[in-house]
Design a protein around this ligand. Structure first.
Ligand code: C2E
Ligand code: MG
Ligand code: MG
Ligand code: MG
Length: 286
């Protein structure tokens, strides 16, 4: 009996601390934008037809003044609950487009949009003005959404997706296979890319069910003329397997972790001028 009660009290304290922490985070998020505490990291996306760079996915990080680097999983949900996701999302879009505008060739930039941003009426106008202001070709911008975007307010979401696509922007489904939606939504909008969630890649070698899904997604995507991308590649074995299964693009720690802008640009440079980059990397002596 006694232990039950103290467990309960412990639990209550736990919840109170959690609520306080969230409240604190909310206040801090408001200030973080003004203080310039957000940074975009860029993770390479590799195309398997020529093993070259296709582009990068922008992933937000928060340099908290006292708690150090905070991952999005920790603050995006709070930002969504409090509406702060809208100004933060606008910042991400602008920063990512401004950065990618400087990149050579047709390198692409992918950004994540949360369903909350999608519900906000200003999104389309913001995208149009950011493209205009930065001069980035819409064909080089890719917007990643999860299946949850089509779980409610379907008509509104579809018309927004169509309007974005009309501008020339590419639309990808992120974390494919992990949502609760049925596959029927695939018929209502023609997505440009399907990003297979990394949990299927991780389980592929040990679980035949995962492998079956990895394969099925290639079939589905080809029927819809969508590009396939497999997320979370960590080993050479996984890379070889996904290549053999016919995936068009891959992303994961094996091919590059999310990195700072300068590092991403060094990678672009070394890809375009491999010989020069090699020389630049050599120590001055010898
Ligand atoms: P996501 O869009 O699915 O991004 C991929 C996540 O998987 C990233 O985590 C990335 O670091 C991680 N990852 C990539 N390769 C590997 C791998 O080989 N192994 C493992 N274990 N992980 C890998 P990150 O950066 O912590 O982002 C987590 C999620 O937060 C993202 O998932 C996305 O949903 C959200 N997010 C990130 N940036 C933004 C943003 O600017 N706006 C919004 N709305 N959401 C964002
Ligand atoms: Mg993503
Ligand atoms: Mg993902
Ligand atoms: Mg995700």
């Amino acid at each position: 009996k006694g232990s039950g009660r103290s467990t309960y009290r412990f639990y209550q304290t736990d919840m109170r601390l959690e609520a306080e922490r969230r409240y604190q985070l909310t206040l801090e998020l408001r200030e973080a934008l003004q203080r310039n505490e957000f940074e975009l990291y860029y993770q390479p996306i590799i195309r398997l037809d020529n093993d070259g760079l296709s582009g990068f996915e922008a992933l937000i990080r928060w340099h908290h003044p006292t708690r150090g680097l905070i991952a999005p999983a920790e603050f995006i949900p709070v930002a969504e609950e409090t509406g702060m996701i809208v100004p933060i999302g606008d910042w991400v879009l602008r920063e990512a487009c401004r950065t990618a505008r400087q990149w050579p060739g047709d390198l692409k930039i992918a950004i994540n949009l949360s369903v909350y941003q999608f519900r906000h009426a200003s999104l389309l106008a913001t995208v149009v003005s950011v493209l205009d202001e930065t001069g980035l070709l819409p064909e080089r911008l890719e917007i990643e959404v999860t299946e949850s975007v089509l779980l409610s307010e379907v008509e509104q979401s579809l018309s927004l997706l169509r309007a974005l696509k009309e501008l020339g922007i590419r639309i990808a489904i992120d974390d494919f296979g992990t949502g609760y939606s049925s596959l029927s939504y695939l018929r209502s909008f023609s997505f440009d890319k399907i990003k297979l969630d990394r949990s299927f890649v991780a389980g592929m070698e040990t679980d035949p069910g995962n492998l079956a899904i990895v394969r099925a997604v290639v079939g589905i995507a080809s029927g819809f003329n969508a590009v396939t991308l497999a997320e979370g590649i960590e080993t050479e074995e996984q890379l070889a397997k996904l290549r053999a299964e016919g995936y068009s693009e891959v992303q994961g720690f094996l091919l590059g972790r999310p990195m700072r802008r300068e590092e991403a640009e060094a990678r672009i440079f070394s890809e375009i001028y491999p010989a020069k980059a090699l020389r630049a990397r050599k120590p001055a002596h010898g």
